[in-house]
Design a protein around this ligand. Structure first.
Ligand code: NAD
Length: 428
């Protein structure tokens, strides 16, 4: 882990400023897009199971809605900060724009650790979050979704509270619902699969064969597991994964030279994506320190855990074999590490493109919920592949044409689209 002082909001603003200069944006447009449109910070008081009361701090931050209703997840995390939520809301604006779906950018969070909350306490937190925001969210205003440590069950509690308060059915209010209760087939796997669609196209552009490709993945939660699933089904091999260990309060990496066995690892992983160290060692995995995932001799690195993981310290560990980094997590690479990656000429698929499969499928879910007519899994997955592949190529073509990194190209496309929408509406 790095000791580098890190503020994701500052990083998001620095990235924005650099692209605003390249695009020659006027001052008013910069002032508008550099900070969120609207922020809500509030208390959520909960009666705990032991009869005591506890007050949790919640947020919803809407960065921009020029292209459509706000869209973004709700995170339950003990170290949540307002600046993290601000940065993530901004990245959502760029993400929905880069994959060209008619939605804006928002993000929410609650400072809490669901490990220490009973299901009833978590339900109360979800309902309290919606009650505090009832005037600011809704299918045509701002549409929440699951994110770190929130699940389809949390979304359904939130939907139920919203429908109680508004007195009508509104399945398009929230996405990530359970299938059969307004959820879309394919949503669970969408983010991880989306990462691999971009890896597939990147490998092919670099003239590499998927069947011979190797990868190392940080994290073993939703995104990582489905990324590994599709990578394996295309014939590639994931040699190393890492995960957090709540008891030890540190991360560990799990290596197997013949490739990890996804099904077996899942059987020894809890619902928070934490792999049981003893069971993994018994099953023949070499257990290494958490940062070892980045030090593997592989073709592809997929950070799919948290922000700030490829930083000034860890970037030094990247081996010469690495040709592609696909950012499954949000904000995993700090600007100093990004500069090193550019120098090494590693083809980096930036987070808001690589992990946009989730929001793309959330958009499909919202469309289906609003129509009350649901597509088959094959239809959803094939639409997802088309949307992600088109987005990948529009970014890679711009990167090749201007000889710039993929991150810059993705930002230029996204920010230009949002700036144009603001202009057309007469906002700036
Ligand atoms: P998750 O909670 O399901 O899994 C997180 C995983 O990361 C777990 O395996 C956990 O053990 C691991 N982890 C946490 N800290 C770690 C550390 N220091 N080192 C190694 N492993 C660590 O979360 P997720 O839904 O898979 O999301 C992962 C990342 O992807 C987040 O940055 C999230 O914002 C982003 N993301 C998720 C989605 C989605 O649809 N789930 C969409 C877009 C972006």
């Amino acid at each position: 882990m790095s000791t580098e002082s890190f503020n994701p909001y500052r990083m998001a603003q620095e990235q924005f400023d650099a692209v605003a200069n390249q695009l020659g944006l006027d001052e008013a447009t910069r002032d508008l897009l550099r900070v969120p449109d609207r922020e809500m910070h509030f208390n959520i008081p909960i009666r705990m199971d032991d009869g005591s009361y506890k007050v949790f701090r919640g947020f919803r931050i809407q960065h921009n809605t020029a292209r459509g209703p706000g869209k973004g997840g709700v995170r339950f995390h003990p170290q949540e900060t307002v600046d993290t939520v601000r940065a993530l809301s901004m990245w959502m604006t760029w993400k929905t724009a880069v994959v060209d779906i008619p939605l804006g950018g928002a993000k929410g969070g609650v400072i809490c650790d669901p490990h220490n909350l009973s299901p009833r306490e978590q339900e109360a937190l979800c309902r309290g979050w919606v009650r505090q925001l009832i005037d600011a969210i809704g299918p045509d205003r701002d549409v929440p979704a699951p994110d770190v440590m929130t699940s389809s069950q949390h979304m359904l509690w939130m939907l139920d509270e919203y429908e109680h308060l508004t007195g009508r059915k509104a399945p398009g209010f929230i996405t990530g619902k359970p299938v059969g209760m307004g959820g879309s087939l394919g949503r669970t796997e969408a983010t991880g699969y989306g990462v691999i669609y971009t890896v597939r196209e990147a490998l092919s552009e670099l003239g590499l064969r998927m069947e011979e490709a190797t990868a190392s993945v940080q994290g073993f939660g939703n995104v990582a597991q489905y990324a590994i699933d599709l990578f394996h089904s295309y014939g590639g091999k994931v040699l190393c994964v890492s995960s957090w260990d709540q008891t030890a309060q540190e991360a560990f990496a799990f290596f197997r030279k013949d490739g990890v066995d996804l099904k077996q690892l899942r059987s020894m992983t809890n619902s928070y994506g934490e792999i049981n160290r003893d069971k993994a060692a018994e099953a023949g995995y070499t257990v290494l320190p958490g940062d070892a995932w980045i030090e593997q001799e592989v073709d592809v690195l997929i950070p799919a855990a948290m922000e700030n993981q490829i930083n000034r310290d860890t970037v030094k560990g990247i081996k010469g074999s690495v040709k592609i980094i696909a950012e499954g997590a949000n904000g995993p690479t700090t600007p100093p590490a990004d500069a090193v990656i550019r120098e090494k000429k590693i083809w980096l698929v930036p987070d808001f493109l690589a992990n946009a499969g989730g929001v793309t499928c959330s958009y499909f879910e919202q469309v289906q919920s609003n129509m009350n007519y649901f597509w088959t899994r094959d239809e959803v997955i094939s639409k997802l592949d088309t949307q992600m592949t088109d987005a990948y190529f529009s970014v890679s073509q711009m990167a090749h044409r201007r000889n710039i990194p993929m991150r810059d190209a993705a930002y230029m496309i996204a920010i230009a689209r949002v700036a144009e929408a603001c202009k057309m509406r007469g906002w700036v």
